[in-house]
Write a protein that binds this ligand. Structure first.
Ligand SMILES: [Zn+2]
Length: 439
């Protein structure tokens, strides 16, 4: 059993100035320490009110050539190399402050960020780290031929095969990712681009800061760069760097083995999304099972003050808790006396799926009622997506119903992700959308 690992942040503020790849302008990046459970956030110091963007997969905007994240209309581009360095060097919490919309490109590798992190120092904090443990194989595959497989492992490992057009420059490397291995083997590997891909961008002046000083350019059989290759297999090493940076958007350290074939930002991001979805599913299942009495929840009469539903349509017995503004857990005990069991089915009672969706919708409505803080508007159930019934519910089961607000547009529209859990297993799930109307 490994010793508990603690979260880490940087010891002090440190920064450096360089050139932004796309605009060619000067940009200063500064790392700031941040408290536990803060994660990595980017801060746009050049904009009014200095908005921040969470380095989370939910905020991913585009994956063309580089990884762009954003919230509202605010964007930061090309975040993958700085995120790779922070993640691999063991920094869980930090603010990455910039006075432009992308970090300095440096030499096209993660080396400048590793140097910066070492300048700032890495210090332990008081809370344990959060991990994503791979429990069963997962995979994503894209139309462009990228394949990423994630296997259980007690370490974070990456085995990567890179191949260029016509299988030119086919390279393979397999490593465990630790701070020292990252620093020595991965961080110095530079970005490489194919001449045919960058030529149109150069023509349109879209990579003003691009030069042979911050990228290796491959033209046919020729490899062009200012300095010679740093490793004979520098390309696959940079592919591994990008995987680490993109998977950092999961927001948890991964214990698992990534097997990647011809990976790219799109495939990496898809895997990160799959991990985040699986994490949400697991969090729903690990919610407290004890049923508290008193203030933290709502009893039946309080539920009935919010919901207009009555017997036999009231599908919530009690709300057992809220988590922040966005999460709710409620329970419904199912007995043989439920009217639907008489016909569904005689001699073989199972709860109808539509009643489970109804239960999820009622619990989500309670959450939305709390959110809008008004009884003059009423939420109407608009659509149900991604509905899955995984296991039957029988008389005697207690359903734990979880709902989480995933998107809200002002006071007009809200989207929720809901789960029904019985005996620690998800029995059904759905994405429910609501619209609000005046009563
Ligand atoms: Zn890269």
């Amino acid at each position: 059993m490994a010793a508990t690992e603690f979260q880490q942040t940087v010891g002090k503020i440190a920064g450096f100035t360089g050139t932004a790849l796309h605009t060619g302008e000067k940009v200063t990046l500064r790392l700031h320490p941040a408290p536990v459970d803060h994660g990595i956030k980017f801060k746009r110091k050049d904009l009014q009110d200095e908005p921040t963007i969470d380095a989370k997969i939910e905020n991913l905007k585009t994956v063309e050539r580089a990884t762009t994240i954003g919230e509202g209309s605010v964007r930061v581009h090309t975040v993958e190399h700085v995120l790779a360095a922070l993640s691999a060097m063991g920094v869980d919490n930090a603010i990455v402050e910039m006075d432009a919309n992308e970090p300095p490109i440096g030499d096209g590798s993660a080396q400048p960020y590793v140097d910066l992190i070492k300048k700032a120092g890495v210090i332990a904090q008081e809370e344990p780290r959060k991990f994503f443990d791979v429990r069963e194989p997962m995979h994503v595959e894209t139309k462009t031929g990228a394949l990423l497989v994630l296997l259980p492992d007690d370490k974070f490992r990456i085995s990567c095969t890179q191949a260029g057009p016509n299988n030119q420059f086919t390279q393979f490397l397999s490593l465990e990712i630790t701070p020292s291995i990252f620093e020595g083997e991965i961080a110095p590997a530079r970005t490489f681009v194919y001449y045919e891909d960058v030529e149109p961008l150069m023509d349109k002046n879209l990579i003003k800061g691009g030069s042979l000083e911050n990228a290796i350019v491959v033209r046919g059989e020729a490899v062009l760069s200012k300095e010679p290759l740093r490793f004979s297999d520098e390309f696959v090493r940079h592919k591994i760097l990008d995987i680490i940076g993109d998977l950092a958007l999961v927001g948890r350290r991964i214990r698992g083995h990534v097997v990647a074939v011809k990976p790219g930002h799109a495939a990496n991001a898809e895997l990160a999304r799959a991990l985040a979805r699986e994490q949400t599913r697991r969090s729903a299942m690990s919610a407290p099972r004890a049923i508290p009495i008193g203030d933290s929840g709502l009893d039946t009469s309080e539920v009935m003050k919010i919901l207009p539903h009555r017997y036999p349509f009231l599908m919530v017995d009690r709300v057992i808790g809220f988590e922040g503004e966005n999460k709710i857990t409620a329970i419904k005990s199912i007995t043989i006396n439920e009217p639907f069991f008489q016909g569904h089915f005689p001699g073989h009672p199972v709860m109808p799926g539509v009643m489970q969706v109804e239960a999820m919708a009622q619990v989500a409505s309670i959450l939305l009622f709390k959110l809008t803080k008004t009884s003059s508007r009423v939420g109407y159930f608009m659509s149900a997506d991604q509905v899955k019934f995984r296991k039957p519910i029988f008389p005697g089961d207690t359903i734990f119903i979880h709902a989480e607000l995933t998107r809200a547009r002002g006071n007009r529209m809200a989207k929720t992700k809901c789960y029904c859990v019985v005996n620690d297993a998800i029995v059904s799930e759905a994405e429910l959308m609501f619209t609000f109307l005046d009563k």
